[in-house]
Design a protein around this ligand. Structure first.
Ligand SMILES: Nc1ncnc2c1ncn2[C@@H]1O[C@H](COP(=O)(O)OP(=O)(O)O)[C@@H](O)[C@H]1O
Ligand SMILES: O=C(O)C1=C[C@@H](OP(=O)(O)O)[C@@H](O)[C@H](O)C1
Ligand SMILES: [Mg+2]
Length: 172
């Protein structure tokens, strides 16, 4: 894999670090940064929990898919939402229009990070339901072009690992 002009898409379950790692990675690369959830809130003027309340998860997915495609631009890191892979065709679209990177982490680690977060409407569904959702999504996440095992690594370490991978063929 090498760095080209295309977008870098971070995918992975809630709490895997997409938003945090994405921002830092974009700064290292000198790329722009967009967080899909934040762009949806900016664009609709409605919070993520309120969107789920108003139009349900299916309605949110439609907005998410449309917004994702609008964000595509050269030299950009995009932190997606954990459920973006549930939109049909989106994974192959990301792989055609950029580089997808899966931030892999153990369920228990991610669960601890998200369980009390009211901004993630799905995170209060309870451990069992969330764990099942993660299991069901795994086969989609692993279709990413690159898989980064973040277990036991700090945000800085994850960022450095991705940066090295992306720039190793570049003559600096
Ligand atoms: N590798 C990591 N080590 C420690 N904490 C992390 C790591 N990655 C993310 N976090 C923390 O976990 C929380 C959730 O991260 P976030 O970037 O919002 O995840 P996502 O966007 O994938 O849902 C944040 O508080 C973040 O600082
Ligand atoms: O996994 C999901 O279905 C979701 C993940 C969230 O983003 P993060 O992965 O950044 O938490 C956000 O898009 C929404 O709450 C739904
Ligand atoms: Mg996020």
């Amino acid at each position: 894999m090498e760095l080209n002009n295309q977008c870098i898409y971070l995918i992975g379950f809630m709490g895997s670090g997409k938003t945090t790692v994405g921002l830092q990675l974009s700064e290292e690369l000198g790329y722009s940064f967009k967080d899909l959830d934040q762009e949806i809130v900016k664009n609709t003027g409605i919070t993520i929990p309120a969107i789920f309340e108003n139009v349900g998860e299916a309605g949110f997915r439609k907005i998410e898919k449309k917004m994702l495609k609008e964000l595509n631009e050269p030299h950009c890191v995009i932190a997606t939402g954990g459920g973006v892979v549930e939109n049909e065709g989106v994974l192959s679209w990301m792989n055609e229009n950029g580089t997808s990177i899966y931030l892999k982490a153990p369920f228990e680690v991610m669960y601890k990070r998200i369980q009390d977060d009211r901004n993630r409407p799905l995170s209060n569904q309870g451990r069992e339901a969330l764990s099942l959702r993660f299991e069901n999504r795994k086969s989609m996440y692993t279709q990413a072009e690159v898989i980064i095992d973040t277990d036991g690594k700090s945000v800085d370490e994850v960022v450095v690992e991705i940066f090295k991978l992306l720039t190793k063929d570049r003559n600096l």
